[in-house]
Design a protein around this ligand. Structure first.
Ligand code: NAP
Length: 484
């Protein structure tokens, strides 16, 4: 089945390549260019949307919101369910698109699109309960809190989970009665258009979600526009900071899901089979390009050596290459510039004393590939300790004992997720619940999002929450109604 998908899709995109778009992005300032990161070839060039198109989209949003906000919750839920059905119908196309535009291995693509459909169904099922009026007895004859939508939410999204990030933001916001304008990452315009198209095909009201193809330089003007009620951004800390500044100037609500450098604390009593399995899986998810990847492995001295040997062995066994080939766990990185930046972080860490245990080179040939890499003896002052490494690079930091490990884990500007691996679950739970400075703390598992649970960060990993009951209450007017 997967090979059939690949043949069909590759054929279709070879056709685009006949146009011989050369991959010189800077020579096409009015275009967003999708480049296949496995081959380096240009897939397609998309014309940036004009001011006139932006105006039409915003007008359509205003109209759509007026009708959508009045629609009964049950009817909104039906629309969400229909979008979920359409996603499942289109899944082969979506998965192939992500593999071609940003290099996601197929199996991981199927997992991603199914999670989008399941999350839409989750909010279709639970949304009405989350948005139910909350009666609060006071001196009034009746007083309660009502959750009312805000309007058009601007979603500025990253390429790394090109479908999941969008539906994670969209499902709760739309169930709450908002509409959305999507500005996706410039390298996944095909995914952005596919999302908008499938929502229309699912029979959703016109304007429920519209995609604009724009460079990031045009985001501020959108935030300044009075028809945008609020903004949600998933992306780097730098982008978050710019968006927060513009939102702040306009006094608009913002939710920011930003970078991370999740620590995994491996304690002396950890089952090392479990620790290695979690560390490899957590580090290599999405070819290492996940905000909640296992970016710093903080290992207590007494087990560091054994953990390290076993971890390196498993990392070496992880095959990397063509994302359409099922045997590959790791695809290319999403762009050559990001791969090169990661390699520089590795080299600068080695220059400062980190030990390279495997990988750490740029493979010959085309594409943005980077091998599974492990750095040990990592210390403060090295990029591998201080910065986010967004690729398949395992970083081992030795700690003297539990207290030292927790100190190192929290010694970061980020606070997105983190894990504690220990044979003493009670002790690990206390550390996760009360000591680890992050929004998502897991014991004996790798950090992952779940529609039932809130997801988000602290410190430079951002603010606000997505998913769960907390996520649906981000973009609502928490309105007090008081009847004398
Ligand atoms: P990015 O470069 O920050 O881009 C994310 C989005 O923001 C893109 O649509 C981008 O548009 C836009 N953007 C960039 N700079 C901007 C600016 N100054 N003003 C307004 N918009 C701007 O991030 P990325 O490389 O796509 O994604 C990787 C980062 O996202 C990592 O740091 C990762 O940890 C983080 N992330 C966080 C989460 C989370 O849930 N916390 C989830 C996934 C990823 P262009 O593409 O046009 O530049």
């Amino acid at each position: 089945m997967l090979n059939k998908v690949k043949r069909k899709f590759i054929k279709r995109f070879d056709w685009f390549e006949l146009f011989n778009f050369t991959a010189n992005i800077s020579s096409m300032p009015d275009c967003l260019v999708s480049v296949n990161p496995a081959t380096g070839k240009v897939i397609r060039s998309y014309k940036v949307d004009s001011e006139r198109k932006v105006e039409a989209v915003l007008r359509q949003s205003v109209q759509a919101f007026e009708a959508w906000r009045k629609l009964a919750l049950g009817k909104r839920a039906t629309v969400l369910r229909n979008i979920a059905k359409e996603i499942r119908k289109e899944k082969h196309r979506l998965v192939a698109l992500a593999a071609t535009e940003m290099g996601k291995p197929l199996q991981q693509g199927y997992y991603e699109v199914e999670k989008c459909a399941a999350t839409l169904e989750f909010y279709a099922r639970e949304g009405a309960g989350f948005l139910k009026d909350e009666v609060i007895p006071t001196s009034a004859s009746k007083s309660y809190v009502s959750f009312q939508p805000l309007g058009t939410i601007l979603a500025v999204m990253p390429w790394n989970f090109p479908f999941w990030q969008v539906f994670r933001a969209m499902a709760p916001a739309v169930m709450a009665g908002n509409v959305m304008v999507l500005k996706h990452a410039s390298n996944v315009s095909g995914c952005a258009l596919a999302i908008a198209e499938l929502i229309v095909k699912a029979g959703a009201p016109e304007g429920l979600l519209q995609a604009l193809l724009l460079p990031s330089s045009r985001v501020e003007a959108l935030i300044n526009d009075s028809r945008i009620a609020a903004v949600t951004l998933t992306g780097s800390t730098a982008a978050g900071s710019s968006v927060a500044e513009a939102a702040g100037r306009n006094l608009k609500k913002a939710v920011l899901e930003l970078g991370g450098s999740d620590p995994y604390v491996i304690l002396a009593d950890a089952d090392l089979d479990v620790a290695v399995e979690i560390a490899v899986r957590g580090r290599l998810v999405n070819s290492g390009q996940s905000c909640i990847a296992a970016k710093r492995l903080v290992v207590v001295q007494s087990v560091r050596k054994e953990f390290e040997q076993r971890f390196v062995q498993k990392m070496k066994e992880a095959a990397f290459g063509d994302p359409f080939d099922e045997k590959n766990r790791i695809g290319p990185m999403a762009r050559v510039d990001l791969r090169d930046e990661l390699h520089q972080q590795v080299l600068r860490s080695i220059a400062k004393g980190a030990r390279l245990l495997c990988g750490g080179y740029i493979p010959g040939g085309k594409g943005a590939f980077y091998p599974p890499t492990v750095l040990s003896n990592v210390k403060k002052g090295m990029p591998a300790y201080d910065e986010e490494l967004f690729g398949p690079v395992g970083v081992i930091i030795e700690a003297k004992d539990t207290a030292d490990a927790m100190r190192i884990a929290n010694d970061s500007v980020y606070g997105l997720g983190g894990g504690i691996i220990s044979g003493n679950v009670k002790k690990a739970e206390i550390l996760a619940a009360t000591e680890l400075q992050a929004g998502n703390c897991f014991v004996n598992d790798f950090v992952h999002s779940d529609p039932h649970l809130p997801f988000g960060g602290i410190k430079q990993s951002g603010y606000g929450r997505e998913l769960g009951s907390y996520g649906i209450r981000e973009f609502v007017n928490i309105k007090t109604v008081f009847i004398k």
